[in-house]
Design a protein around this ligand. Structure first.
Ligand code: SAM
Length: 316
């Protein structure tokens, strides 16, 4: 008699595309339970609850006690796909975004740009990354730089205008910031910018090794409370990932107006074999790097008389 393999149950997870930390944790636990029971997880959409469930499932499936998990990759969106990529033997993105996804209501024009312009500029993480990232851009570019958490895009847009021969990848999960950048790109007709409207962790895991000439992290969320320090973008794991995606001699530029985040970052970068601090004089940290464009948070720090700190590291 022909033996029939038992059919595994498929369980769909559908929920809000943005969620609080409590809901995220719950969804992660649900995903983990689905995996532990050997069912198949099918995600019904992108971000939030679905991504959390996928991450939980992945972790449980990889844990020694896990019973394995099939993910229907063709049924998930690119952002969830990125979260799941380790299931296919790819790199594991570490969740790094804990902030807001939406603020005040967008004007009709800005809202439209999410359906007209963003799909043309967004990087599709469901496709394999090209070995040469410069081919992502419509115009010929000599190098590619990344800005993580560009906020309203002030620095990225100014740099993209000033350096038309460089490709810029901007990452921002906050819709109002993304809308502002889209409007500027549209107004200025920039064709050397590509975007990722989500957590930078997924994009970084997707990037090939040594693909970037520079990475900017300008006033990242400081998470000042001790219990939230683990949410800071700069962690040993992200420093290692930054080292992987930067080419030799490439620059990681970091700015903050929170003294504690400055020393936190310095500590982590100084103990990384991949980077060296470029400072030559004792007060170099006070000086913005050449061509620095003040961002909203930088201007706010100046108004409130908080000294900003600028740290530049070189990939060894
Ligand atoms: C304090 S704001 C600074 C924005 C801008 N760089 C500036 O200086 O005005 C930090 C930004 O980082 C974004 N962010 C936080 N975590 C992120 C992550 N994991 N990936 C990408 N962006 C992130 C937030 O949405 C927010 O817009």
């Amino acid at each position: 008699m022909k033996s029939i393999a038992p059919r595994r149950i498929q369980i769909s997870v559908i929920g809000a595309g943005t969620c609080s930390e409590a809901v995220h944790n719950l969804a992660e636990a649900v995903g983990a339970e689905i995996a532990r029971r050997g069912a198949i997880l099918v995600c019904g959409g992108l971000g939030g609850v679905m991504e959390a469930a996928a991450c939980g499932a992945r972790r449980a499936a990889l844990a020694p006690a896990g019973r394995g998990l099939d993910i229907q990759r063709d049924r998930v969106g690119s952002r969830v796909g990125a979260a799941l990529s380790p299931m296919a033997g790819e790199r594991e993105p570490v969740r790094a975004f804990f902030g807001r996804r939406k603020g005040h209501r967008l004007s009709a024009r800005r809202a439209d740009l999410f359906t007209t312009l963003l799909p043309r500029l967004a990087i599709d993480l469901a496709l394999a990354a090209p070995p040469d990232l410069r081919t992502l851009f419509a115009q010929a570019v000599g190098a590619v730089r990344l800005e993580i958490g560009f906020g309203g895009g002030e620095a990225m847009i100014a740099a993209a205008q000033a350096r038309r021969d460089t490709g810029f990848i901007g990452v921002e999960p906050f819709a109002n910031g993304m809308a502002k950048a889209l409007a500027a790109i549209d107004n200025l007709g920039l064709d050397n910018v590509r975007l990722h409207f989500d957590d930078a962790a997924g994009l970084m895991a997707w990037l090939p090794d040594a693909a970037l000439a520079g990475v900017d992290l300008i006033h990242p969320d400081p998470w000042p409370k001790r219990r939230h320090w683990k949410r800071r973008f700069v962690q040993d794991a992200t420093v290692a990932e930054l080292g992987r995606v930067l080419e030799r001699g490439g620059e990681l530029r970091f700015a903050t107006d929170i003294a504690d985040y400055a020393s936190w970052t310095l500590q982590r970068l100084l103990r990384s074999d991949a980077f060296e601090w470029t400072a030559e004089a004792a007060d170099d940290w006070r000086k913005p790097w050449p061509g620095f464009t003040a961002t909203r948070y930088n201007a706010k720090a100046a108004r409130e008389m908080r000294q900003s700190c600028f740290l530049v590291f070189r990939r060894r």
